[in-house]
Design a protein around this ligand. Sequence first.
Ligand SMILES: Cc1cc2nc3c(=O)[nH]c(=O)nc-3n(C[C@H](O)[C@H](O)[C@H](O)COP(=O)(O)O)c2cc1C
Length: 399
Amino acid sequence: MNHGIKLSQHIFWIGVNDRRTHLFENLWPLDKGISYNAYLIRDKKNVLIDTVEIGHVESYFDAIDEILESGENVDYLVINHMEPDHSGALKLITQRYPDITLVGNKNTFKFVRGFFGDFKRILEVVEGDTLDLGDHSLTFVMTPMLHWPETMMTLETKNQILFTGDVFGSFGTLDGVLFDDEVNLDDWEPEQRRYYSNIVGKYVKQTQRALEKLKTVNVRMFAPTHGLIWRQHPDHIVNLYDRWSRLDGDPGVVIAYGSMYGRTERMAEYIARELILAGIRHVKVYDASKTHLSYILSDIWKYRGLIIGSPAYNNRLFPTIEALTIKLEQLHIKNRLLGLFGTATWSGGGVKNLIRFAETTGLEMVHPPHEAKYRPLEKDYEICRDIAGRMATRVKNDE
Ligand SMILES: Cc1cc2nc3c(=O)[nH]c(=O)nc-3n(C[C@H](O)[C@H](O)[C@H](O)COP(=O)(O)O)c2cc1C
């Protein structure tokens, strides 16, 4: 990809695409890769906004060199977020530009010192501070716990470009594109939602707070640290974030199950068919041993109904379903209608722990949970039909 793509006459994208890494945070699959976006503002004072993951530092430096005249200095590095995929090149930047001043807030510098040690030149900013660069100026918007304690956004006031850090970011590489008006937005939504639900989803309250704050800021363009830059339809991503952070659900149902020998799976299949017959048009069935948790979570973030099935496994949940329920508890999942089912052969342990999950999360069960003994028989399928019917009614009523 060509470096130095312009957001405005003197503001450049100097990010990189990563198609090599398999797992983001060594956890979340990157089937479509990811971009680390960073920016350069050229003015009397030259400014870098964020860096990139350390393995891509050579491309980042080359991009800077292609824009600046030889010997030209970089005066500031604004650190919107200290997670290593953005702060990775921080130490190398300070070695390359020994006179550079790091710009961040109080928490940023706690992390800078902890990760990298002391730096001579730092500029600690608070909400609303301004930094004059010559023709451009920057102001700072604090967005703590979105999704780290130090996270903030930086507004370039002349062109009204808001550098949003991870907020409004996405998985997926920028394949020759950079801006929202260069793509079919529907193609991008699944990876945007997967990024939100997997990485930022725990912080829905902070997301709402930030969206409120942004209403008071004049912004023409959002420039996040991953994915598309929003110059034509910034309202599109704001609306999606509003929806996802409220956990408003579309009319549909996710069925996630675990199964070793197919009995729990047969109940899942039956429930799926009954949901369709009851008029639900979006039914997503996932075997949690096959589909990575990341994708299941993303669809759970989209749809109002959630049905979970598990066999008993050593008195507990089947491990991949246990992992899913733990993650949902950590994310403080809410606003989902819940159905539960499973199978057991002796003392159980699957459904019992699904009930504990329901109690912990406070999610509303649309029907009492059901556990089939040995294998599902006609009487068990009848109860599955009831679970599906109640779920369908509730999901449709919520439309
Ligand atoms: C490794 C293993 C552990 C199991 N642990 C329990 C258990 O603790 N309690 C129980 O009632 N059944 C237990 N079972 C039986 C299964 O839960 C039961 O056969 C279930 O119907 C299997 O569902 P599936 O066909 O969907 O895999 C266990 C089975 C296996 C293979």
